[in-house]
Design a protein around this ligand. Structure first.
Ligand SMILES: Nc1nc2c(ncn2[C@@H]2O[C@H](COP(=O)(O)OP(=O)(O)OP(=O)(O)O)[C@@H](O)[C@H]2O)c(=O)[nH]1
Length: 749
């Protein structure tokens, strides 16, 4: 069997696709240096950096993380993704496939700083993991392959970071590759990410002779040994650039430093003023520390992104990257985290990930926003309205965990004992502290949220993207069915139905979950064929009315509803469905009845009249609701749902299919074969760009046509192509394709 790495890269035989028996066990250790972790359990908040590493698949995130762990003293040997022995990719599938699947949290110290680092997956199927991580991070390192610049998935994760206002540092990795190109990469950051790159280093040498960088702030040349295999890059030479260096390098550094100073002055008024008053045109005299302070302000204000370069695999440039993380990315108290001020010194934490451990039960990752977390204590989960007992508190070190006595604001902790908590829940010390925070929020006129009788203040959770694939999943016995439903790692993916349905963001995602259920829970399951998650919409505006008259036991329930359904533009409404009540109804109906009416509409949005897929782009206006005394709210909901179904059937229906953005990087000699194949897949070519010796083909293709694409692409290109696939929009199917689909799904084809 060819493993998933090849699913992704379309590589014919890659060294990373090796069976598990070839993998060495690597970290049956807890490093001695963890002692220092124990000693400084709670560093000063200004010394904490909660950061994520994000990028396109294969840019080198895991390799870079491994170097960081090694140079900071937390590992004694360099892990290698190609040998399957890295610290952060610790799941069996990650080691076998050489890819990151779940975010791993690692805590380590660099100089006097505590870094909580989350290595996130690059493959688009695992976008949710990136989203979860970004929600709780204060800063991010975006890693690029310097020979490819910005790639498809870089754009996606960059947008996610922007959404969460996370300041970033860019690391142009793989400078040792012959095709590495600094100016191309910088330009692609500017053009594709619409970001403002602030170049802080100039590479010394290129391709195989890449030996280090010149730091433009200090004019120090940092050099690593060239070509000495076995050199771990721990030691490097740092000396001021002087006249003995090559004249071209001197000139390049001079020009780049001047450009840097001018750029920073443009972006930061304080620095511009300093420059004008104290230094005039004498840029050489600008102290590096003042320049560094200004770059920090620019980064925190997200007016620019510092750019550094190196080669993680060849052990060059990672220590300056660690320095940049501590110098430019924010401490937790420099970020504005909503709601924290209302909790003051009381505990307020967000659960952002839950893992299942066979021995210890659920392990909940918490980001602490305020207050202190202690083991053996009771906490209040606002979202579940429940009190839970935390038994142990740990610092996550990949899959090793160090027990600690307490943890303060700004940190990331791992807790044992929280059984009901799920991703996105807010944890506080007690019900009364939640009520006090809600009162403060209301006095401030802020975001206190009504939950039943009591106002509460919760942190906004993590948005779960809509899955595009699904299939049935059958456990061997009904008893095992229960295990499946209580499996937190797959919880959001399995929904109760007449049959259990497994949903995912891509073929690889579904395959990995299936594999995890087998390995981690010991349940052998059977998967049905993979199906595309279609959507439905309506074509015309329709008004209708319906009456429900039903006697249940002794009680007669009579309700009459009139409503109008109307199609909305899918793109401008971002696809969601709406419901509104006429103004006079808003005033007439009690809150319970209003909720019943809205529930009736929302439940009918879940199943379209054509094929039973959820609806997109429908707006409903409730015109009137007449209810006879004694009619229950549930019957009102049922009446609304029935009326909705009637209206939607009358309105004419349309199937919407997921249209994917496809980016294929392929050698020119295979381009026409790839184009020909895409034409048969109903693909629309948007652009063909040149990237060094390769062509980058950008297209839109319906997801239904992309099943097993990795295998086909591998065959067409002899393994010399990579691709990424991501949901673009839900698009109306043309009448012929829709007819074929309807016939196929009703068993007529
Ligand atoms: N030439 C070169 N190759 C590198 C460098 N860094 C990483 N690689 C290689 O690039 C491949 C991908 O590296 P990873 O560290 O797994 O990349 P990643 O971004 O973590 O990948 P995912 O976790 O799967 O998204 C591996 O074969 C690495 O050996 C580098 O600096 N230079």
């Amino acid at each position: 069997m060819i493993w998933g790495r090849c699913l992704l890269t379309a590589g014919l035989q890659c060294c990373r696709c090796r069976p598990s028996w070839q993998l060495k066990r690597y970290f049956s250790f807890l490093p001695d240096d963890v002692k220092s972790l124990r000693a400084v359990v709670n560093p000063d908040i200004s010394k904490i950096r909660n950061i994520g590493i994000m990028a396109h698949i294969d840019a080198g995130k895991t390799t870079t993380t491994e170097r960081m762990l090694y140079y900071s003293g937390y590992t004694r040997a360099l892990g290698d993704v190609d040998d399957g022995d890295t610290v952060t990719d610790f799941m069996a599938q990650e080691r076998e496939r050489g890819i990151t699947i779940q975010s791993a949290a690692v805590t380590f110290d660099w100089k006097s700083y505590r870094i909580n680092l989350i290595d996130t997956p690059g493959h688009v199927d695992f976008t949710l993991e990136v989203e979860r991580a970004l929600r709780v991070l204060d800063g991010a390192v975006a890693v690029f392959d310097a020979s490819a610049g910005v790639e498809a998935q870089t754009l996606t994760v960059w947008r996610q970071a922007e959404k969460h206002h996370v300041p970033c540092v860019c690391f142009l990795n793989k400078m040792d590759k012959p095709a590495a190109n600094l100016s191309f990469s910088i330009e692609s950051i500017r053009q594709k990410l619409k970001a403002n790159p602030v170049l802080l280093q100039i590479p010394v040498g290129s391709g195989k002779s890449f030996s280090g960088v010149v730091d433009l702030l200090t004019n120090q040349k940092l050099s690593w040994k060239l070509g000495s295999s076995g050199d771990d890059g721990r030691k490097f030479e740092s000396k001021p650039l002087d006249q003995s260096d090559e004249p071209e390098l001197l000139q390049e550094v001079n020009e780049a430093r001047t450009a840097l100073i001018e750029q920073v002055a443009d972006l930061d008024d304080e620095f511009a003023e300093l420059l004008l008053t104290d230094f005039g045109d004498n840029f050489d005299a600008v102290p590096s520390v003042r320049l560094q302070e200004a770059v920090r302000r620019v980064t925190l204000a997200r007016k620019g992104v510092p750019v550094l370069c190196g080669s993680s695999l060849k052990n060059k440039g990672v220590q300056p990257l660690l320095d940049a993380i501590t110098a430019y990315l924010p401490a937790p108290d420099e970020r504005h985290h909503d709601l924290v001020r209302w909790y003051k010194d009381d505990l307020c934490a967000l659960a952002f990930k839950v893992l299942h451990d066979k021995q210890r039960g659920p392990l909940v990752f918490l980001r602490i926003y305020s207050g202190t977390l202690k083991p053996q204590s009771a906490v209040h989960n606002i979202n579940r309205n429940s009190i839970e007992r935390m038994s142990r508190l740990l610092v996550p070190f990949a899959d090793q965990h160090v027990e600690i006595p307490s943890m303060t604001a700004g940190n990331i902790a791992l807790t044992v004992g929280l059984k009901q908590t799920v991703t996105g829940d807010t944890i506080v010390s007690s019900k009364s502290s939640a009520a006090a925070a809600a009162r403060r929020a209301q006095n401030d006129g802020g975001g206190g949220k009504k939950r039943g009788e009591q106002a509460s203040v919760v942190l906004s959770g993590v948005e779960v993207p809509d899955p595009v694939f699904f299939c049935t999943i059958e456990p061997p016995t009904m008893a095992k069915q229960d295990h499946l439903s209580h499996n937190e790692s797959t919880n959001c993916l399995i929904t109760p139905h007449p049959q259990t349905i497994l949903c995912g963001m891509g073929e690889l995602h579904i395959e990995i979950i299936h594999d995890r259920i087998r390995r981690e829970y010991g349940i052998e399951t059977h998967l049905g064929p993979l199906q595309v998650a279609y959507r439905e919409t309506i074509l015309n505006e329709v008004s209708t009315t319906d009456t429900l008259d039903r006697t249940v036991g002794e009680r007669r329930h009579v309700a009459t509803v009139a409503l109008t359904v109307r199609p909305m533009d899918i793109l401008s409404s971002s696809g969601s469905c709406e419901v509104a009540l006429r103004e006079e109804l808003e005033a007439q109906l009690s809150p319970d009845l209003k909720e019943a009416v809205e529930n009736g509409v929302h439940s009918s949005y879940l199943q379209g009249p054509l094929l039973g897929y959820p609806l997109l782009g429908v707006s409903t206006l409730i015109q009137s609701v007449n209810i006879e005394p004694g009619t229950s709210a549930a019957m009102v909901s049922a009446c609304v749902s029935r009326c909705m179904l009637k209206a939607m059937k009358l309105a004419g229906n349309q199937v919407l299919e997921p249209l994917m953005s496809l980016e294929v990087t392929v050698g020119e000699e295979h381009l026409s074969a790839v184009l020909g194949d895409l034409a048969q897949r109903r693909g629309t070519i948007q652009d063909i760009q040149s990237r060094h010796d390769n062509k980058v083909l950008i297209a839109n293709v319906p997801l239904a046509e992309m099943m097993g694409y990795s295998t086909i692409l591998r065959t067409l290109t002899s393994g010399n192509a990579t691709f990424s696939l991501e949901l673009d929009v839900y698009d109306a199917m043309n009448p012929q394709d829709q007819n074929v689909l309807l016939k196929r799904l009703s068993g007529l084809l």
